[in-house]
Ligand binder design. Structure first.
Ligand code: 5AD
Length: 363
């Protein structure tokens, strides 16, 4: 296996064998060196500000049947809810008052989503509250995306989940034959002028190291503005959660903290100016997850502002961090960041498309 002493070289030359050797690295001092290199690149390219994106989970209805996800249509054990427009606007005001520059409106692929009404809510958030708006509402039509974009939506998140397309099709059954893959949809979103975010679940059953290397290379090819990665977490009310061994290849990638942190670090090295969150899934599998992510390349934190009474119903995976924890305090976020030598981000925190070229690379 090829070894490279200097992780930063990956920014210039993303070599497959080197990427794989880092993903398989077990020597703690070398793993630490990888995190440090990513942290330096993060500091040089996007600075020490951590952008806060307030998450509002607007609907737990979903027409999809993804084998890994707790809000899949076939899970009758989960309660379904849909926020009213006034609740979304109230949430947006709390997000702004907290000091976030962006609200992320996320939901299942709700078949009853009233896109015109949603567009009106987006317009009001933009004009009355003054936040950047990120949407994460699954696979919608180009016409729907165009309407939401015209209403002022700035960004869209749609993870491709894994670049192993045969596996993706198995775990994410198409609703009709010939449905385009998410990579094609990401291109449509970029054409419409959205900043585009995507990502994968680390350690999804059925994924090998070669798949994970392909995921990392895809992040770079797609010129993403945002890359969200978190560990796969088993959900007992899903086909994959009930039968995890079904798909595991001999070369199965683990869904643990250290592998997720390596993926974050490598994503930072391959995509130096991209916005990378330290995800809730990472904070769920590890009590230090949030900080660990911010120390190995991440520069975004997405605190949850979903009204507390709905939180338990948006159970994509069990034990979602902070489900029981009612309000996050700004002081807690600020003191965590201070301890890490970081500051709360100012403004919307645009992705690389909106914020200019790379700073000179370290030798
Ligand atoms: N474990 C971790 N992440 C999950 N997601 C869905 N189900 C799970 C799970 N069981 C992630 C997917 C999706 C995002 C909103 O949540 O990557 O894109």
């Amino acid at each position: 296996m090829k070894r490279d002493p200097n992780p930063t070289e990956l920014t210039r030359n993303p070599d497959r064998a080197v990427l794989e050797s880092w993903l398989r690295e077990t020597d703690p001092s070398r793993v630490e060196a990888l995190s440090r290199a990513a942290d330096v690149v993060r500091h040089e390219q996007v600075g020490d500000q951590v952008h806060l994106r307030g998450l509002c989970e607007i609907s737990s209805y979903c027409r999809r049947n993804c084998a890994y996800c707790g809000i899949r249509a076939g899970n009758f054990a989960v309660e379904r809810y849909r926020l009213r427009d006034v609740e979304i606007l109230d949430c947006a005001r709390r997000v702004a008052a907290f000091g976030c520059g962006t609200i992320v409106l996320q939901g299942g692929e709700d078949p009853q989503l009233d896109v015109a009404a949603m567009a009106a809510v987006v317009r009001r958030i933009k004009t009355e509250v003054g936040l950047a708006v990120t949407l994460s509402l699954g696979e919608r039509t180009v016409d729907e995306w165009r309407l939401l974009r015209a209403a002022g939506a700035d960004r869209y998140l749609l993870r491709f989940e894994t670049s192993n397309t045969a596996l993706f099709r198995r775990l994410h059954p198409p609703r009709e034959p010939g449905e385009p893959l998410r990579r094609e949809l990401l291109a449509r979103l970029a054409d419409l002028g959205y900043e585009v975010g995507s990502g994968v679940m680390v350690g999804l059953p059925g994924t090998s190291y070669a798949d994970l290397v392909n995921d990392l290379l895809a992040f770079r090819e797609l010129s993403l503005d945002m890359i969200g990665v978190g560990p796969y977490i088993q959900h007992p009310e899903t086909p994959l959660g009930r039968n995890p061994q079904r798909l595991a290849p001999p070369d199965q990638v683990p869904n643990d903290t250290v592998t997720t942190c390596k993926v974050i670090a490598l994503a930072r090295l391959l995509c130096p100016r991209t916005n990378i969150p330290s995800t809730t899934a990472l904070a769920t599998v590890d009590p230090n997850g949030r900080e660990l992510g911010l120390r190995c390349g991440a520069n975004v934190w997405m605190p949850n502002f979903t009204p507390p009474r709905y939180r338990a119903s948006y159970e994509i995976y069990p034990g979602k961090a902070a489900t029981g924890h009612v309000e996050l305090r700004h002081d807690d976020v600020a003191s965590t960041l201070l301890r890490l030598g970081r500051q709360v981000g100012q403004g919307a925190g645009p992705g690389p498309r909106g914020s200019g070229p790379l700073a000179p690379l370290s030798p």
